[in-house]
Design a protein around this ligand. Structure first.
Ligand code: GAR
Length: 206
């Protein structure tokens, strides 16, 4: 492992299936994403994402949010755990919980979220379902920097897919997910590489 790669330590937060975590693991395995996953943390015990991490030999932690007395206390403990593992960037890979300003203050590094819609359309839960219900003709996914406002931080990358007349929730979600798996590792590498700046809401080359 090269020096540069050893220092690009990332933490991944999950709550469920973990297919985006797997995309990060696979991208690192192919040496496309130059990074090391230092820890995978789940707020839900027993989820498939934890099995995927363990199968890849990655350290896991389970931190059930209900075990902490408040959102702030949980977020502070979560950020402290990521810092203790030497993470310089955090990926939210299907982490289904809002992070407060306290988390961002204590972690003090970039936090990236992958979301299954073309933000700012359809923030919150079930992006594919919202897209179908609204009748849009184009859907997609977004990777953005996390800010205290839900699904609203500066956009690093987006990918679009068509919504087809015969689509069901599952077929559309699957088409979007293919793009998430491609986009998220790329965006993580882009942010780790540096040479970017934020101008207002815009993520731009420095
Ligand atoms: C993904 O589609 C991700 O974009 C979405 O949850 C799914 C997790 O799948 N995240 C959100 O909706 C966050 N607002 P995964 O566990 O297989 O990666």
């Amino acid at each position: 492992m090269s020096e540069a790669r050893a220092f690009r330590r990332i933490g991944v937060l999950v709550s469920g299936r973990g297919s985006n975590l797997q995309a990060l693991i696979d991208s690192i395995g192919r040496s496309e994403l130059q990074a090391t996953i230092a820890v995978v943390i789940s707020n839900v015990p027993g989820v498939a994402a934890l099995d995927r991490a363990a199968a890849a030999g990655i350290e896991t932690l389970v931190m059930p949010h209900r075990a902490w007395p408040s959102r702030e206390a949980y977020d502070e403990a979560l950020a402290a755990a990521l810092r203790a593992k030497g993470c310089e960037l955090v990926c939210l890979a299907g982490f289904m919980r809002r992070l407060s300003a306290r988390f961002l203050d204590v972690f003090a590094g970039p936090v990236l979220n992958v979301h299954p819609s073309l933000l700012p359309a359809f923030p919150g839960l079930d992006g594919p379902g919202q897209a179908l219900a609204h009748g849009v003709k184009v859907a997609g996914c977004t990777v953005h920097l996390v800010t205290p406002e839900l699904d609203a931080g500066p956009i690093v990358a987006q990918a679009a897919v068509p919504v087809l007349p015969a689509d069901t929730h599952d077929t559309l979600a699957a088409r979007i997910l293919v793009e998430e798996h491609r986009l998220f590792p790329w965006a993580v590498g882009r942010v780790l590489d540096g040479g970017w700046r934020i101008d207002g809401r815009r993520f731009l080359d420095a």
